[in-house]
Design a protein around this ligand. Structure first.
Ligand code: AMP
Length: 215
């Protein structure tokens, strides 16, 4: 199973990708998580990536494509992957096509999560993430038992720097300009499946399983 999860920031891609990847026993490759790890490590590469992320801008294509190329080449990625937050530009989608071709692999489906802008703003500004295990909470919809600690692993919860309202608006603009064109790109290749990204996480997870298995 080789899937791309596509959608605006806050659409629930990460939560759903983590669930399906665990169920299928395949890697969840989230470029946002990889870039945040690099930023936290404080290397020159990470600091540079962070400067784009904190502004809500995209990290340059060649940087992200390099990260994904390295990850897709590892042994555990051969049996399947869920790509979350990549590709985000048409140039990245073209690079992915080449990478998979070189590895003699194909993309099975692109699952698009449809969520209204109002709902995205609500979700993103209330989001809190565990620094240790990546579990995502929401202050209103799925609050943690304690405001500071993860229910699962006791890790520290934090608000992503790019989840402030001004940066969220910028990220949504960047999505509309640079990532939304991928809908046509994948529709024209017959790979796109859209699903409603609003509702209970369990109901959405069912829709994701159906979409992943369809065809
Ligand atoms: P995410 O966690 O997917 O919302 O990504 C957080 C931030 O990481 C984005 O706003 C971008 O700055 C950067 N980023 C993540 N994935 C990509 C990508 N495929 N291309 C460029 N920048 C990315």
């Amino acid at each position: 199973m080789r899937l791309v999860f596509l959608g605006p920031p806050g659409a629930g891609k990460g939560t759903q990708a983590r669930t399906l990847a665990a169920e299928q026993g395949i890697p969840h490759i989230a470029t946002g998580d990889m870039l945040r790890e690099a930023a936290a490590s404080g290397t020159r590469f990470g600091i540079e990536a962070k400067s784009y992320m904190d502004q809500g801008a995209l990290v340059p294509d060649e940087v992200v494509v390099g990260l994904v190329a390295e990850r897709l080449g590892r042994e555990d990625a051969k049996k399947g992957v869920i790509l979350d937050g990549f590709p985000r530009t048409v140039a990245q989608a073209e690079a992915l096509e080449r990478l998979l071709k070189d590895l003699d692999l194909v993309l099975d489906r692109v699952i698009f999560f449809e969520v209204s802008e109002r709902e995205l703003l609500r979700r993103l500004t209330g989001r809190r993430v565990c620094r240790r295990c990546g579990t995502t909470y929401h202050l209103a919809f799925s609050p943690p038992r304690s405001l500071q600690r993860c229910d699962r692993c006791e890790g520290e919860l934090y608000q992503r720097a790019d989840d402030s309202e001004a940066t969220v608006r910028r990220r949504l603009e960047v999505y509309a300009a640079q990532t939304a064109p991928l809908l046509d790109y994948y529709r024209s290749r017959g790979l796109l499946i859209s699903l409603a990204g609003e509702g209970s996480p369990d109901a959405i997870a069912d829709a994701v399983r159906r979409a992943a298995a369809s065809g």
